[in-house]
Design a protein around this ligand. Structure first.
Ligand SMILES: NC(=O)c1ccc[n+]([C@@H]2O[C@H](COP(=O)([O-])OP(=O)(O)OC[C@H]3O[C@@H](n4cnc5c(N)ncnc54)[C@H](O)[C@@H]3O)[C@@H](O)[C@H]2O)c1
Length: 344
């Protein structure tokens, strides 16, 4: 029988933008939880890039105040796992490594938080799920928008039909071309899935979370500067119209933009710039929101799932996140064949 663990040691594998962002939230959590979690090691492709600050479209993550003196550094994640034996890891590696690393860590009895997108293929997602089931370890995927206050509020309105049913939903997400990743891995669709599987998946995952899988998708896109740089999709649902777009070929000075317009039967909601506005015939309501950041909330939920046995199945499951990958891949298939693609 496994003994009671008094302090859970964790490692961050892949220490670029997202690894650093999560570390800052985990250090906050470490203080809030009075030290029952502790960073033991980090792993990156090379030490120099690992210990410098990094710019993201979310802003710069400043790690200059972090004391790494008690933290091991590795370039080989298997060596880290063998030597440090962490209780849980965060895998914040380039996407093409998500499946391999999650399965390896699970097989060693380690709980895994793995960044989005879950994997580059649906079979890869299924293998991750199967390994988590077999090893009885926790696996959570960082589809962080599910933990974001405006979208949690939207989900509440959709479920409760507070303003009636959704009639139409339209979303967009635009980013400057991402030039900030290690060795520019993100610009190669074979490694990242391109704009569709990497960035647009945030919205695909949200509509999947809000409404379940669409029956089919019809997508078009451009490939002027980069392969799979943009997409426009119609999602086929029975009784509402859902359309969305994404583009990461914008100029470097273009501000990151994400926006939702939702026509309920009795009001129209607009979500943009972390604000949630509701328009009726009589008034405009600025819906009050919890301003906690979604990345902190998801990591907190992951830690509570492991240590406090507090499940968060109402927010996220690996099976539904896998479905989001299948929808995004169907969009690419539709773009390529010029036809509607039905979702299995
Ligand atoms: N949830 C979100 O909002 C969000 C936002 C951005 C990125 N992401 C996801 O996070 C993941 C990481 O993205 P990023 O922007 O941090 O990338 P990044 O390029 O900034 O960081 C990747 C890190 O992995 C390391 N690395 C590469 N190959 C390695 C190997 N074989 N062994 C050990 N380390 C290795 C590099 O040294 C680098 O530190 C991606 O899957 C991305 O899609 C999620």
């Amino acid at each position: 029988m496994q003994g009671v663990i008094l302090m859970y040691r964790y490692a961050i594998i892949g220490f670029g933008g997202l690894g650093k962002l999560h570390l800052m939230n985990l250090l906050r959590l470490e203080q809030e939880r009075k030290g029952d979690i502790s960073l033991c090691a980090i792993c990156g492709a090379d030490k120099e890039s690992v210990l410098s600050n990094v710019k993201l479209n979310l802003g710069t993550v400043d790690i200059s105040s972090v004391d790494f003196s008690k933290c091991g550094f590795y370039e080989d994640y298997k060596e880290l796992i063998e030597k440090e034996k962490p209780d849980f890891i965060l895998s914040t590696l380039p996407t093409y490594l998500h499946e391999e690393v999650a399965i390896y860590a699970l097989s060693k009895g380690i709980h895994v938080f793995s960044e989005k997108p879950m994997a580059l293929t649906v079979d890869g997602c299924d293998r991750m799920i199967e390994n988590a089931r077999k090893t009885q370890r926790k696996l959570m995927i960082g589809q962080s928008m599910r933990f974001s206050a405006p979208y949690a509020k939207l989900k509440e309105y959709v479920l409760n039909k507070t303003y009636g049913k959704v009639r139409r939903l339209e979303f967009c997400r635009y980013s400057q071309t991402p030039t900030w990743t290690w060795n520019n891995w993100i610009l190669d669709p074979k490694l990242s899935g391109g704009c569709v599987v990497d960035m647009h998946i945030h919205d695909v995952d949200l509509i999947n979370w809000l409404f379940g899988k669409p029956k089919a998708v019809f997508s078009v896109g451009t490939e002027n500067k980069l392969e799979l740089e943009s997409v426009i999709t119609q999602y086929v649902y029975d009784d509402m119209l859902v359309t969305g777009s994404a583009d990461w070929s914008m100029p470097q000075q273009f501000p990151f933009t994400a926006k939702y317009i939702i026509n309920f039967e009795n009001a129209t909601a607009v979500i943009a710039d972390k604000k949630f506005l509701l328009y009726t015939d009589e008034e405009v309501i600025d819906v009050p929101l919890d301003d906690e950041n979604n990345h902190y909330m998801e990591i907190k939920a992951f830690v509570e799932m492991i240590i406090d046995s507090k499940e968060c199945n109402n927010i996220t499951t690996v099976e539904s996140v896998r479905d989001s990958v299948s929808i995004a891949l169907a969009e690419i298939e539709s773009m390529r064949c010029g036809k509607m693609v039905f979702i299995k």
